[in-house]
Ligand binder design. Structure first.
Ligand SMILES: Cc1cc2nc3c(=O)[nH]c(=O)nc-3n(C[C@H](O)[C@H](O)[C@H](O)COP(=O)(O)O)c2cc1C
Length: 283
């Protein structure tokens, strides 16, 4: 054994003996002694803190993987491709993920779609810009400069759908979701909300599959290119004028419904994806 390891072993032995002596002394004290109570509480806290810190660090990458998988599941779901038990990553291979500059609608070539987080960017002062009141239709305060757009392709590379992240304020919360459009950039395939805190049974019905099914085939832009799709109070009569631009409002939840109309108006408007969609689907 080398001299250093012998020194280390003897130091360890000394410390072990000291620790044992300390433990014996504390444990021999009466249970209601101040020192014993304080020592037990201290060591218990220390052990728990180490365990919690260790789990947080060790599980971080797993948590991030789960978050990414959940996002992918939501994207697959909004285009009707999600099947229970399916391999999410395999199914997601049909998507091409790109980052666009919201202002120009052009591809942002220097932003990596694999690492760019649009939600995080919206809170980052360098990657977002404040919205003046008159433009902040969806009450989101800041908008990211770049947006992640998901292109669903078939086996021949033909575009089947575009999935756009959207968010806006309801009554109690910011509702985060995805809107899927046909390749014509105007017809809705579906909408879903994966993060919202509206009241279950009222505004929380934004996640109800029956209500979400009403969106299929609805249209966003009128002849003038204005995003006019909105929720109305009550039910849409299929025969009524402009029914293709109207969706049933959520019963007893007009404020959440307004929030959904507003987020559509914002994200499909000039401040949102309109410049990109105009380039993607030129008239
Ligand atoms: C406990 C509670 C929770 C509510 N949650 C919501 C909600 O999530 N979304 C919403 O728009 N309205 C909610 N409302 C109702 C609103 O206060 C408001 O009355 C409603 O939006 C008006 O819609 P209506 O005109 O369709 O009745 C809630 C009301 C109460 C008392």
């Amino acid at each position: 054994m080398s001299e250093t390891s012998m020194q280390f072993a003897s130091t360890l032995k000394v410390w072990r003996e000291r620790a044992k002596a300390y433990a014996d002394r504390i444990l021999s004290l009466p249970n209601d002694s101040f020192e014993k109570t304080l020592s037990v509480a201290f060591w218990l806290c220390l052990v728990c803190a180490v365990l919690v810190a260790f789990s947080a660090v060790a599980l971080k990458s797993l948590q991030e993987d789960n978050k990414a998988a959940d996002m992918r599941r939501n994207i697959l779901e909004v285009v009707g491709l999600w099947r229970e038990g399916a391999d999410i990553n395999e199914a997601f291979k049909r998507f091409e993920v790109k980052v666009i500059d919201l202002k120009t609608g052009e591809l942002a070539k220097d932003v990596d779609p694999n690492t760019y987080d649009m939600r995080k960017a919206a809170k980052d002062f360098k990657l977002s810009e404040p919205l003046p009141r008159d433009k902040d239709v969806a009450s989101i305060k800041r908008k990211p400069k770049y947006a992640t757009v998901y292109f669903l392709k078939d086996e021949n590379g033909e575009l089947n759908a575009l999935v756009l992240p959207v968010w806006g304020y309801g009554l109690w919360s910011t509702m985060y979701g995805f809107l899927a459009l046909e390749p014509d950039c105007n017809t809705v395939i579906g909408i879903n909300f994966y993060d919202q805190k509206e009241t279950p049974g009222l505004g929380g019905e934004v996640v109800n599959p029956n209500w979400r099914a009403l969106w299929k085939g609805k249209r966003i832009y009128d002849q003038a290119g204005t995003p006019v799709l909105r929720l109305i109070k009550g039910r849409v009569n299929p025969g009524q004028e402009k029914a293709e631009f109207l969706v049933d409002g959520l019963a007893g939840a007009t404020l959440t419904s307004n929030g959904v109309s507003n987020l559509i108006r914002f994200w499909l408007g000039e401040e949102g994806y309109k410049p990109f969609l105009a380039k993607q689907c030129p008239k």
